[in-house]
Design a protein around this ligand. Structure first.
Ligand code: SME
Length: 172
């Protein structure tokens, strides 16, 4: 199988099957390397293509990691989508809250989320899952959607599974 084939989702599967396939593909791809840049870059591509195959209008999918020069700050990592804010302080916005609370933030309407950081004014909903390694947050997975209610508990379940694998497959 060529690497690009991992991004080819047929579009005839349920959300559960598609997201499980993201987890399985990530597991296969990350067996090559523990480098987080390489693994998160390919993971962003898997997520982007998976959601698009489900006709869910994801407009941003990617990662923020801990800024090595400032431990209470997130810095932009690999992603798919438009240019985004480069740094986010812990406790600020959806990403910063996920990082400081170590809890997934499932935001059905970003316009009603106090402190939401609008990197793209077209975003309507968002999910952010913290990546925890040895009890410390090492980064967050962030996915934005152009629709309200773009994500639900099913997304949360599979993305949390994915993030557990991300945590254990990379050298942080
Ligand atoms: N909306 C996020 C900022 C990151 S962008 O969506 C890519 C937040 O409030 O933390």
């Amino acid at each position: 199988m060529a690497h690009a084939d991992y991004s080819n989702y047929k579009g005839d599967e349920t959300k559960e099957e598609t997201l499980q396939s993201v987890v399985d593909s990530y597991e296969a791809l990350s067996s090559d390397t523990q480098n987080w840049v390489a693994n998160l870059a390919n993971c962003s591509s898997l997520i982007w293509h998976a959601y698009h195959s489900l006709n869910i209008p994801v407009n941003w999918a990617g990662f923020y990691v801990i800024n090595p020069e400032k431990q209470n700050e997130l810095i932009l990592g690999p992603f798919q989508g438009k240019v985004a804010c480069q740094t986010i302080e812990f406790g600020k916005g959806v990403c910063g809250n996920a990082a400081s609370s170590k809890n997934t933030q499932l935001v059905k309407n970003v316009n009603e989320y106090p402190g939401h950081i609008a990197c793209d004014g077209d975003t309507q909903s968002e999910i952010v899952v913290p990546i925890v390694y040895e009890n410390k947050v090492v980064g967050v997975l962030d996915i934005d959607c152009l629709d309200l209610n773009g994500f639900d508990k099913v997304d949360q379940k599979y993305l949390e599974r994915l993030v557990e694998m991300i945590s254990s497959s990379c050298k942080w």
